[in-house]
Design a protein around this ligand. Structure first.
Ligand code: HEM
Ligand SMILES: *[C@@H]1O[C@H](CO)[C@@H](O)[C@H](O)[C@H]1NC(C)=O
Ligand SMILES: *[C@@H]1O[C@H](CO)[C@@H](O)[C@H](O)[C@H]1NC(C)=O
Length: 271
């Protein structure tokens, strides 16, 4: 995380609507030209700083993208996880950086609306309650998305971000050994894939060991995430339940496998 921290510090020099996340944040109208006069090179600066950070540490692209998700699920997309005061909005920086992270990994681009107002307060309870956990049930996850004004299409599309990045053993161990509290594994997980995961994610220990969320193309923003789910090789429980627990999301997963890149990320770039 120190790379991440220093990256964000560098950014502080100077909306998923963007990626599906609502652009209706507090602070009024957002528009792409917000910095055209005050900081005309804003987007260029973010792009070049991000490119350097990712070149230094490849995972940075995924971590930034995830940060944007977490920011948006607690008090809106307001950079409340940074609470840094600076001349330029950190919330905007995060929105641009998440787009650039996606593009750097071969994913779609979209126009980022700008002019968000940064938060001056954080919320621990919001972080604990609003952000879905990997072992939440499908209805709970969907409810948490709906609370943010996001629907089932957004859920399936945005989950497609798990086409890049890593998860720790502790985030999915339950599936390997004791899915429902009866000492049995999750039978919706491919058993040979499970056996492979177990070698570095034992019953106890190895909590921090890292695994690719998309083992087929872990650094490419593509639709293998959906293909993996269809092959019962979604890593997190929250990934696999999109196929197994709801007919609507199942059809969406089946549709997404045909797209060039993950989900509605593409559609939203034009709206
Ligand atoms: C649907 C509910 C979601 C759940 C339950 C979930 C859960 C998780 C978990 C448990 C991890 C691994 C964390 C760790 O083990 O350290 C993770 C990683 C990640 N998540 Fe999600 N996530 C969800 C949705 C999203 C969304 C909407 C996005 C972005 C739009 C996103 C982007 C990412 C990325 C890029 C990573 C990899 C981060 C890295 O490598 O540093 N996730 N997620
Ligand atoms: C989900 O995981 C957390 C953290 O490991 C655990 O405390 C909780 O009991 C799990 N919930 C369910 C429903 O299995
Ligand atoms: C599985 O989880 C349940 C409930 O959390 C626990 O009581 C039980 O001891 C666990 N079983 C094994 C084999 O770990």
């Amino acid at each position: 995380m120190s790379q991440l921290t220093s990256f964000l510090l560098v950014l502080s020099l100077c909306a998923f609507a963007p990626l599906c996340f609502s652009s209706k944040t507090k602070g009024g109208n957002l528009y792409p030209q917000f910095y055209d006069h005050s900081c005309p090179k804003a987007q260029e600066i973010v792009r070049s700083v991000l490119a350097k950070a990712v070149a230094k540490e490849a995972r940075m692209a995924a971590s930034i993208l995830r940060l944007r998700f977490h920011d948006c699920f607690v008090q809106g997309c307001d950079a409340s996880l940074l609470l840094d005061s600076s001349g330029i909005s950190c919330a905007d920086l995060l929105a641009i950086a998440a787009r650039e992270s996606t593009v750097l990994r071969g994913g779609p681009s979209w126009e980022v609306l700008l002019g968000r107002r940064d938060s001056r307060t954080a919320s621990l309870s919001g972080s604990n309650n609003n952000i879905p956990a990997p072992n939440n049930t499908f209805p709970t996850i969907l409810t948490k998305f709906k609370r943010q004004g996001l629907d089932i299409v957004d859920l399936v599309a945005l989950s497609g971000s798990h086409t890049i990045g890593n998860a720790r053993c502790t985030s999915f161990r339950q599936r390997l050994y004791n899915q429902s509290g009866n000492g049995q594994p999750d039978y919706t997980l491919d058993q040979s894939y499970a056996a492979q995961l177990k070698t570095r994610c034992p019953k106890s220990g190895g909590d921090q060991n890292l695994f690719f969320l998309d083992y087929v193309s872990p650094t490419k923003f593509d639709n293998n995430y959906y293909k993996n789910i269809l092959a019962s090789k979604g890593l997190l429980n929250s990934d696999q339940v999109l196929l197994t627990k709801n007919e609507g999301s199942r059809e969406l997963v089946q549709g997404e496998r045909l797209e060039r890149t993950a989900g509605r990320l593409t559609l939203d770039s034009t709206t």
